[in-house]
Design a binder for this molecule. Structure first.
Ligand code: C2E
Ligand code: MG
Ligand code: MG
Ligand code: MG
Length: 281
């Protein structure tokens, strides 16, 4: 009986694995179709100076609208795309779109820096920096207009290689930011050895900062750290006036979050870009 139970459990487990693998294969296939059928698009979310309301930059965020009209969150497909390596093609789509949009923004007199998210696979890819430089060059785009958002996890694997990759990227003239700062398992000493321009304070600290003194303390520590290392700051996920006020009082005045603007297609963003600012609340 016991043996039979064990066997049943085993079968149950195997069929669950099979289910997961089938779902992954289906997602993998759908991602390939999505690339071929142009189901991907790039949305942009403004980064805003809290004092003046001026838009100081944009973050490119990938959007996938399936043929059946369903929007799939990047959080639900980027991890698999990273595993299968398809993130390289997807990332290349994002880079091309961002470059086209930078050209359009510049032509319209609204030139501003755009950041894009880079996965570990792309960052480690041989020739990544060369590809970035070539894309900028082809569009006649000033490299200072592009910023690459990289997470701590991506940098921590092979420190020496990461440092070499970062230096190579910096030589092309782009800026580097650390995304979701404070959530990865990383040593702070890399901040002094890596050429980092911006720290993005993770939204998990911002969310409860008004009620949770530990979150507020962590934010305060990050702000001091960045200021003393002369690294710029952006607070992510700012949804409330009170959060913005507290962040500004602590010394971080660049905000990104639903309080100011949601990620939007460029077509909807033009009025804000022409005005140079988000609407007063
Ligand atoms: P992320 O880079 O940390 O992006 C911030 C996420 O927070 C975005 O989610 C954004 O829409 C969301 N967000 C912005 N403001 C607020 C707010 O006030 N409140 C809340 N609750 N959320 C806010 P999204 O667009 O779903 O992207 C999720 C993650 O997927 C990104 O996190 C990034 O890690 C990844 N991702 C997105 N686009 C790309 C891409 O083109 N390439 C790669 N490799 N990863 C991407
Ligand atoms: Mg990001
Ligand atoms: Mg983030
Ligand atoms: Mg994130």
């Amino acid at each position: 009986k016991a043996k039979q139970d064990g066997k049943n459990r085993y079968h149950f487990f195997a069929s669950e694995i099979e289910e997961i693998l089938l779902a992954r294969n289906a997602l993998d296939r759908d991602l390939r179709i999505a690339l071929d059928e142009s189901e991907f698009a790039v949305a942009y979310q403004p980064k805003v100076d809290a004092r003046s309301g001026r838009i100081v930059g944009l973050e490119a965020l990938l959007r996938w609208c399936r043929a059946d009209g369903v929007q799939v969150s990047p959080a639900d497909f980027i991890p698999l795309a990273e595993e299968t390596g398809m993130i390289v093609q997807i990332g290349s789509f994002v880079l091309d779109q961002v470059c086209r949009d930078l050209v359009e923004l510049t032509a319209a007199g609204c030139a501003m820096r755009i950041s894009m998210n880079i996965s570990g696979k792309e960052f480690q890819e041989e020739g990544f920096a060369t590809r970035i430089a070539a894309a900028l060059d082809a569009g006649g785009i000033a490299p200072a207009l592009l910023e690459l958002e990289i997470t701590e996890g991506t940098l921590m694997g092979d420190i020496e290689r990461s440092r070499a990759n970062l230096l190579q990227l910096k030589r092309t003239g782009v800026s580097i930011s650390i995304d979701d700062f404070g959530t990865g398992y990383s040593s702070l000493s890399y901040l002094k050895n890596f050429p980092i321009d911006v720290l993005k304070i993770d939204q998990s600290f911002v969310r409860d900062m008004l009620s949770n003194t530990q979150d507020a303390s962590i934010i305060s520590a990050i702000i001091h750290l960045a200021n003393s290392l002369q690294i710029a700051l952006v607070a992510e996920g700012v949804e409330q006036e009170g959060q913005a006020a507290a962040l500004a009082a602590m010394g971080c005045s660049t905000m990104q979050g639903y309080l100011y603007a949601r990620p939007m297609p460029l077509t909807l963003l033009w009025p804000l870009l022409k005005a140079g600012r988000v609407p007063a609340r």
